[in-house]
Design a protein around this ligand. Structure first.
Ligand code: ATP
Length: 512
């Protein structure tokens, strides 16, 4: 609450700023007349204001997440006719918090609420509030709500609310006075207006865990909705939404495309179709065909091709055997994800790549699967050593990933038989917050055992890879040669090349 007897701190900032500006104006020969407007705009909220008739998004433009849309429909009805709700004794939430990973459509949903309800849409990012000067953020919050009241019923959308709404004591080092004042002002404003005024604050975050609990109290963001990444059905629905704006050729099958894009968010899918449309336009096509879609997907999944980079014949050979090693191991191990593409075309960060795509979305991984994953990662290095007799730096990234999986198996998932089903928390580099659950609570001896277990897992997988590649060396050469010839091999061609391969049979990766 403000004390009317004192000058609020933002006003001091304002006055101080005016003084500095006048001084600067004199030095730089600017017109003093421009002072007040400059500073008023500084403390004004940087919200984007969209008039109702300009909000083009509707719920039909949001693919998937039907349950979320249903939950938000109530808010649309309220905004359409607040008086009707109030007459019937309804109480609306003041704040809705949309929680989910980036690109899952939180902003889109907030806009769709405004679009469906036919009300104005104010949007601002949490980071726009916070400036260097103490008090400016709070003034911006006040200004935003004042503007919104003039246009109610309306939606205020605050993206990345965690930028202002972080837990007030959790920040490393403390002393974030500006952020705290901004947050306090937001809480004051949310308490200050009555939901009957027809303002709904919708906020988005992908870090709900770090939000200040005060924000989540009743009467503030008491409606919390998770916006998850899409599953198979959801991806198809999102693709259909975006395909409405694009001329697709007959050979594009959106159901298949949805199947081959696990892990893609709504934003990724929109980007995929957009990239494909750009490629089609560039080649002067009338419609976007499968070739454009595949090229766009490769660009997103594997990185942009590095045209013009010169690689020596030896490097190309090394890359071909490295990728063939990964692919052969992945192909032979039962239960591994099918291979979508192998390529030795240099891309953003690599000289080659093997892309696997899971058949279904996996949510839990068995010990067996993880060991096979490590074997697949090590397959590149093993192939290089087997064929060329020495290792190269090309496997650095694979080794890092393999070691990380082995570490998590031992320290986080209780999968080491020797150490048992226990958790051994590791401190992150640059660790600051002293959460008691994160402090290492095991002896030096256990630490050594952990290291030994990680090493044992990696070593075991490595030895198994050596055995497998020795047995199937003929196919390693076959694949590498095909890659040197074609540069890219897709899953179907790979199956064709390996059609008479003898199954691996029962391999026991895990014997102690
Ligand atoms: P961030 O947390 O990064 O702000 P967000 O969750 O707010 O992300 P949006 O900005 O809403 O994500 O999504 C970006 C774009 O992705 C949208 O403009 C839209 O084109 C597309 N998109 C995301 N989800 C969906 C969906 N469910 N249906 C249709 N399009 C979607």
């Amino acid at each position: 609450m403000e004390n009317p007897g004192l000058i609020p701190s933002w006003a001091w900032v304002f006055l101080g700023g005016v003084a500095v500006f006048i001084l600067l104006s004199l030095v730089l020969n600017l017109k003093p007349a421009s002072v007040p407007s400059q500073f008023f705009s500084f403390v004004r909220a940087r919200a984007r204001f969209i008039r109702p008739e300009e909000v083009e998004v509707r719920f039909k433009d949001v693919g998937d997440i039907e349950e979320v849309k249903e939950e938000l429909w109530e808010i649309v009805e309220f905004l359409r006719d607040p008086q009707k709700f109030i007459r019937l004794g309804g109480r609306m939430p003041k704040g809705v918090l949309l929680m989910g990973p980036p690109g899952t459509g939180k902003t889109l949903l907030a806009k769709a609420i405004a679009g469906e309800a036919g009300v104005p849409f104010f949007s601002i990012s949490g980071s726009d509030f916070v400036e260097m000067f103490v008090g400016v953020g709070a003034a911006r919050v006040r200004d935003l709500f004042a503007q919104a009241k003039k246009h109610s019923p309306c939606i205020i959308f605050i993206d990345e609310i965690d930028a202002v709404g972080r837990h007030r004591v959790a920040g490393a080092g403390g002393g974030h006075e500006e952020r705290e004042q901004t947050l306090n002002q937001l809480l004051v404003e949310m308490d200050g207006f009555d939901s009957q005024e027809g303002i709904i604050v919708v906020a988005a975050t992908n870090r709900p865990d770090i939000l200040d609990p005060a924000l989540l109290r009743p009467g503030r963001f008491d409606r919390r909705i998770t916006v998850p990444p899409p599953d198979l059905k959801g991806r198809e629905a999102i693709l259909r939404v975006h395909a409405r704006k694009i001329q697709l050729a007959e050979d594009v099958d959106l159901t298949r495309l949805a199947k081959s894009t696990p892990g893609f968010t709504g934003a990724d899918l929109a980007n995929l179709l957009n990239e494909a449309a750009i490629l089609a336009a560039r080649s002067g096509k009338e419609r976007v065909d499968l070739e454009d879609i595949e090229k766009a997907k490769d660009k997103i999944l594997l990185g942009r091709e590095r045209k013009g980079i010169i690689i020596s014949e030896e490097e190309k050979q090394l890359a071909a055997y490295h990728e063939a090693g990964h692919a052969l191991i992945a192909y032979l191990l039962p239960g591994m994800d099918p291979i979508y593409k192998i390529s030795i075309i240099p891309r953003s960060h690599t000289l080659g790549v093997v892309q696997q795509l899971p058949v279904d979305e996996r949510h839990v991984y068995s010990r067996e699967y993880l060991l096979k994953r490590i074997m697949t990662l090590l397959g590149g290095r093993v192939a290089e050593e087997y064929v060329f007799g020495e290792a190269s730096t090309g496997a650095g990234d694979d080794l890092e990933k393999a070691t990380e999986i082995a570490r998590k198996m031992v320290c986080e998932w209780g999968m080491s038989k020797r150490l048992g089903p226990l958790v051994f928390p590791q401190r992150e580099p640059g660790y600051v917050n002293r959460n008691p659950a994160d402090i290492r609570a095991y002896s030096e001896k256990t630490a050594q055992e952990i290291d030994e277990e990680i090493r044992r897992i990696i070593h075991r997988c490595y030895t198994k890879d050596c055995e497998i590649l020795a047995r199937y060396i003929k196919y390693l050469h076959l694949l590498a040669e095909a890659l040197l010839e074609e540069e890219t091999i897709d899953g179907e061609t790979l199956k064709e090349l390996l059609r008479d391969v003898e199954p691996l049979g029962d391999i026991r990766i895990d014997e102690d």
